[in-house]
Design a protein around this ligand. Structure first.
Ligand code: TRP
Length: 339
């Protein structure tokens, strides 16, 4: 029986790349919120391995990372009975639609993407060392989202230019070929915490930063968490200046509050003037206490690959018909041949 549209929950789509280790910034900024809001939506969460190969990956590591990220999604609280959790390359419709979009998107739109420009710069501007996939990256992302006619896309503000492009692609296709795609919005009513690098609290915590004390992996053992927080940048004041904490101290407080869910008031009674040694000890204990059950669940899932693969297979089977229907429409509209 068809469910009347008015009763259907809005569909959301989001994803992460299976590269590097997911860190507490990914968790507090995205993953945990996905888990918290999942029942208010019809959620689809993807592991975008085709985006990952826009830069060189070791094949064995990449394959293993897909399952690791899937296990972390579940360990962080995504309920596979409700949320679809699958790997992008399991469903070939992603690249099919991406190709159709590639042929609809002006070159200039992609050349203006700041992430592409930044990555080109990192490569020293040498065009022969930059994969074409990096240039087309946002087109594939648009295909991910528009394939499922997602209404909302919970991502960080670093993705807002990609989201803008996704809307522009949808609008352009709709205008050229007739209304085919839902125009998605970026924001959910709730936003996650923005966690900064421990070594450089002016930069958002990032998976691709190479510095050893930059981020805390969700899989870091307690001793390593203690070491990293111990080395986290603070400032030359003796203790927490509550009215005016520096960026590093402020980041540690944000991490503590996000993990503990303490109220602003409770925070403001507890932390003022606390010495940095004591602050770091409290943050360490809180982080370790919250990571422990995630790591335990992660280990169980990794030991039970049949179950994990069953989730990926089952989710893909569940959402593939949505993607295939969209591709069918897009092919028909553009005149691509089918019998
Ligand atoms: N570009 C996203 C990131 O780096 C990952 C991504 C790929 C994505 N496709 C997506 C996020 C679709 C949301 C929706 O974080």
């Amino acid at each position: 029986m068809e469910i009347p549209a008015a009763l259907m929950k809005p569909r959301i789509f989001s994803g992460m790349q299976p590269t590097g280790e997911l860190h507490i910034g990914n968790y507090l900024g995205a993953l945990r919120n996905w888990a918290r809001i999942q029942y208010d939506y019809e959620p689809i969460f993807c592991i975008v391995d085709q985006h990952a190969i826009t830069v060189r990956q070791d094949p064995k590591t990449l394959r293993e990372s897909c399952e690791k990220v899937a296990a972390l999604y579940l360990a962080a609280g995504l309920d596979p009975a409700h949320s679809a959790v699958f790997v992008q390359s399991q469903i070939s419709a992603h690249v099919e639609l991406a190709w159709i979009f590639t042929c609809t998107v002006p070159f200039g739109w992609l050349g203006r993407m700041t992430q592409f420009k930044a990555k080109t710069l990192q490569a020293g501007g040498n065009q022969d060392s930059i994969g074409t996939g990096l240039f087309l990256y946002p087109v594939l992302m648009a295909a991910d989202i528009l394939l499922y006619q997602a209404k909302l896309v919970p991502v960080g503000d670093d993705q807002s230019q990609h989201m803008e492009l996704t809307r522009n692609i949808a609008a352009r296709f709709n205008k050229l070929y007739g209304r085919t795609f839902e125009i998605p919005a970026t924001k959910l009513p709730m936003v996650g915490a923005r966690i900064m690098g421990l070594d450089d609290p002016t930069r958002k915590m990032s998976k691709s930063a190479n510095a050893p004390n930059h981020s805390i992996s969700l899989l870091d053992p307690p001793g390593r968490v203690r070491k990293k927080i111990g080395r986290a940048k603070t400032d030359s004041q003796p203790g927490v200046n509550w009215e005016n904490p520096g960026a590093g101290v402020s980041n540690l407080l944000t991490i503590f509050q996000a993990f503990s869910d303490w109220s602003d008031e409770r925070m403001s009674l507890h932390f003022p003037d606390m010495r940095y040694g004591a602050l770091k000890k409290e943050v360490t204990e809180m982080v370790n206490a919250k990571l422990e059950p995630i790591q335990r669940r992660f280990a169980e899932l990794m030991d039970n690959r049949d179950y994990l693969r069953g989730v990926l297979r089952g989710s893909a089977a569940r959402v593939a018909p949505i993607a295939e229907e969209t591709v069918r429409q897009a092919k028909k509209r553009t005149g691509l041949y089918s019998l």
